[in-house]
Design a protein around this ligand. Structure first.
Ligand code: PMP
Length: 284
């Protein structure tokens, strides 16, 4: 695999970053994951816009221009022959060669790393036909979940808890309300109405969320953005998650409680189909 590090395309075994890099020492880094279908980038503009917002919120310098970044994405997809898969991008604050809590000065350059992941079957995913079983766990993350940082230890732990319980994923709960999934936004469907938490600093502003809510409205589906409890979720007709890498994923079980008849409902599979169709059309 060819990867990209700070201006260079290299074989992955030759790529390296300083041990003093603040991404490594302080999780002082932000990231994006963009899907590739038919060798093209899905919702690229949204990811770049969110990346620039994350950088601004953390007072981190941009490593290059948006156009250069698009060029790097395309070059990696092409060099690695990705038809279906992901491009992972990370920008860290870099390093001035020492460890210090205080941010280094403006002369320190950010570290930019990109790599691809080949994932055939991203669109035609058997897991989406089965639906996901999830557990709920406390949301003990920090208060700026709208910034897409690489502080992913707790989401990783929550996934491990789900795995240990024989499930696929976890939803995170704060004051009884669902914030989001470990790596996705969370939705329930009740009486045909799609319910999801409104945007705030409590959740990541999903690029897939934005598109799916738009497609739902265009398909005359009713959408309500409000808080919902985990108890309400267990009584919902159906539930689902959205993310750039899994698109729309039906949820069929929460904490051992089957939703509806325990199979994916009608809303989530329909939204998945619309999303994939529309994204193929607008891919660049
Ligand atoms: N919430 C969290 C915590 C996430 O990690 C992700 C995926 N990165 C999402 C939501 C979904 O965002 P997107 O649709 O932009 O992938």
């Amino acid at each position: 695999r060819t990867v990209y590090v700070n201006g260079q395309y290299l074989p992955e075994e030759d790529a390296n970053v300083s041990i003093f890099d603040r991404g490594f020492l302080f999780a002082d880094a932000v990231y994006e994951v963009t899907s590739v279908l038919d060798g093209k980038l899905i919702a690229y503009d949204g990811h770049v816009e969110r990346l620039w917002r994350s950088l601004k919120e953390l007072d981190m310098a941009a490593p290059c221009t948006p156009d250069e970044l698009l060029e790097i994405h395309r070059e990696l997809v092409s060099r690695n022959g990705i038809d279906e898969g992901l491009v992972y991008l990370q920008v860290s604050r870099g390093s001035d060669g020492d460890r210090d809590f205080v941010f280094p000065g403006a002369e320190t350059k950010p570290t930019l790393v990109l790599f691809t992941q080949n994932k055939p079957g991203l669109a035609d995913n058997p897991a989406a036909k089965k639906g996901a079983k999830i557990i709920s766990v406390d949301d003990i993350r920090w208060g700026r979940r709208d910034i897409k940082t690489v502080q992913l230890l707790y989401p990783s732990m929550a996934k491990m808890m789900a795995k240990a319980a024989g499930c696929d994923d976890a939803w995170l709960i704060e004051d009884g309300h669902v914030t989001e999934g470990t790596s996705n936004n969370a939705y329930i469907v009740k009486g045909g109405k799609i319910i999801t938490r409104p945007l705030s600093n409590d959740i990541l502003h999903g690029i897939t969320r934005e598109a799916v809510l738009r497609f739902a409205a265009e398909a005359q589906m009713e959408v309500e953005e409000r808080l919902f409890t985990i108890d309400e979720a267990k009584e919902a007709d159906e539930a689902f998650t959205t993310s750039a890498s899994a698109f729309v994923m039906p949820v069929v079980e929460i904490d051992g409680v089957a939703l509806g008849d325990g199979a994916p409902g009608s809303v989530a599979p329909r939204l998945r189909e619309i999303y994939i169709d529309e994204m193929r059309k607008s891919a660049i």
